[in-house]
Design a protein around this ligand. Structure first.
Ligand code: B12
Ligand code: SF4
Length: 498
């Protein structure tokens, strides 16, 4: 069967282009099952999905079914796309993180144009559905599937499949992505190489930790690692056959098992696959690292490591965020990564419940002390399915009332706590202050950066970030890293930013 697998417009993250890897996995299993999938990622396409649907119809080889993926901020775009596909009489299927958390919502009467919804990892179940439809057999509920019954009522299988043996899956259909459109994975590389070919790879799924801001129903608590040899074989395909120039490891926690992580690094080195720079996209867990791991990573071609630091206050870290790591472990990880000559990136969260001026100040102090190459300060967002969401439901009030409001880059408060202490306006002020104090108010850091060639090469992005993050003013939109008009001198930079 001819199938479109689509990711709707990524407005919330419009300039950071990552391949939608989940669709790559679904495409690979469909292909293995004898079907003909096409991947449409609105983030990199110049034409809407209708273009391809009509083209296929004109060629007499129409698409019969569309499968659309969605995170929470993108679910509205997914509905819009399903509605469009219904105009062409296509069968419409939704899956992905938001559907794993709220599967029934998309089958309510107002979404009459959605036929089936899948919860969880759907490689095998989705293939089964496509096989059933192609064979003309009646569709029955599959694990994790939701659909309408004969009287229009929603019928559900509430299980959330998690594939145990990841080695049994085919590699994602990397070759189906228009890879020359995916040119950057992380802020420090934005715009530096317009011809980059950035792939991502997943060496494991799941995470046993229980951070309260994390969408745990999506990740799953059971960690499942691919064998080292299976990962190396995919890495070889990316490097040797598909011309990767940058690779992002997107696992929730690829380093959970330290010996396995080191073994993977040794094998990449032995196989000569250390020629293409790579980064950890989601971040590593600091308490599963040591100096040797970072040294091996460096030797294996790693360029930059990211770490979820989250908060500088021990109480917040342990009791509110429940990160399962100590501040000393954070410090050790940064020290060791820097000793191994890796660039570092820290992720910090502002505005969790219980946050006060002091705890946010502690976070800023920690960021200054760790001094990563890049600090990413994010505003806490209570996504449904997180423990944080429950905490706010119990003792606070959520302001966000539309799914796009949950995008972490929308620079506005999403909730308050009714404890007489939590102050959402203060959160926004401290969050802006964090950016200013980290990036602007340290003359030595500014000078160190300016004396590097990459700073000047990346000047347009620097300006754009400065304008949006540091000054903020009327700009409440998503931070963009896209080059605007090029700025070619320091004078120009100052004129545009100040
Ligand atoms: C890499 C990553 C990113 C990357 C790239 C995203 C991309 N293009 O795929 C970047 C950094 C850009 C990113 C951004 C954001 N992310 Co993110 N990201 C991830 C991460 C770490 C891995 C994604 C991945 O590759 N998974 C592996 C594949 C195999 O899984 P999958 O995509 O879910 O697909 C499987 C199933 O969901 C299902 N499925 C998926 N699609 C479909 C479609 C159909 C038709 C069917 C039947 C099934 C199906 O089958 C697939 C195969 O098993 C996940 C964490 C996680 N464990 O998933 C967070 C995660 C998805 N991100 C999250 C969030 C919050 C965001 C942001 C919203 C943050 C923000 N800015 O506000 C943005 C949204 C961006 C967007 N365009 O949607 C949350 C989602 C929560 C939610 N309620 O939606 C997650 C779950 C993190 C977490 N644990 O909280 N992210
Ligand atoms: S370590 Fe990462 S993936 Fe695991 S629960 Fe915490 S935030 Fe989620």
């Amino acid at each position: 069967m001819r199938v479109i697998l689509a990711s709707p417009e990524a407005k919330v993250w419009s300039e950071r282009k990552h391949i939608p890897l989940g669709l790559g996995y679904l495409a690979a299993t469909l292909r293995q099952g004898g079907h003909d999938p096409f991947i449409f990622d609105a983030a990199i396409e110049d034409v809407p999905v209708e273009y391809y649907i009509e083209q296929a119809e004109a060629e007499g080889r129409p698409y019969s079914l569309i499968g659309i993926t969605a995170t929470t901020p993108l679910i509205g775009d997914a509905w819009d796309m399903a509605k469009v596909a219904k105009r062409y009489d296509m069968i419409t299927v939704l899956g992905g993180p938001h559907l794993t958390i709220m599967p029934r919502e998309s089958l309510e009467p107002q979404h009459w144009y959605v036929d089936y919804v899948f919860k969880g990892e759907a490689e095998y179940t989705f293939l089964e559905l496509v096989n059933t439809i192609e064979a003309g057999r009646p569709v029955e509920l599959l694990p994790g599937m939701h659909m309408r019954g004969p009287d229009g009522e929603i019928i559900s299988d509430y299980s959330s499949p998690m594939i145990e043996d990841l080695d049994s899956l085919p590699f994602p259909a990397h070759d189906l992505f228009k890879i020359d459109k995916y040119t950057n994975l992380q802020p420090l590389t934005d715009g530096l190489d317009p011809h980059a070919r950035s792939f991502t790879i997943l060496t494991s799924r799941g995470c046993p930790y229980k951070c309260t801001f994390c969408s745990k129903p999506v990740t799953g608590d059971t960690w499942r690692g691919r064998s080292v040899e299976n990962v190396v074989a995919e890495w070889r395909w990316l490097v040797k056959d598909l011309g990767a120039t940058e690779i992002g490891v997107t696992d929730d926690i690829w380093n959970l098992k330290l010996p396995r992580a080191k073994e993977l690094m040794r094998r990449l080195i032995e196989e000569g696959l250390n020629t293409v720079p790579w980064v950890t996209v989601h971040g590593m867990k600091v308490n599963h690292t040591d100096l040797e791991l970072f040294q091996l990573m460096k030797a294996a071609g790693c360029k930059r490591v990211g770490f979820g630091v989250e908060n500088g206050d021990p109480y917040m870290l342990r009791n509110v965020i429940r990160k399962g790591q100590t501040l000393d472990q954070v410090r050790d990880a940064f020290k060791n990564a820097k000793a191994a000559n890796l660039q570092t990136m820290g992720f910090f969260i502002f505005g969790m419940p219980n946050e006060t001026e002091e705890t946010m100040e502690a976070t800023i102090q920690l960021a200054l002390e760790l001094d990563p190459d890049l600090a990413n300060f994010m505003l806490a967002a209570p996504f449904p399915g997180t423990k944080m969401y429950d905490m706010i439901e119990e003792g606070g009030e959520i302001f966000a009332n539309e799914w796009p409001d949950f995008a972490i880059h929308e620079q506005k408060a999403r909730f308050t706590m009714n404890d007489g202490i939590y102050d959402p306006d203060l959160v926004i002020r401290k969050w802006r202050e964090a950016y200013r104090r980290f990036y602007l108010y340290r003359p030595k850091r500014v000078w160190d950066k300016m004396s590097k060639k990459s700073f000047w090469l990346d000047m347009p992005n620097t300006v754009d970030n400065a304008r949006r993050f540091f000054l903020g003013k009327n700009d409440q939109s998503a931070p963009s890293f896209a080059p605007e008009e090029p700025v070619t001198s320091m004078k120009g930079l100052l004129e545009r930013t100040l």
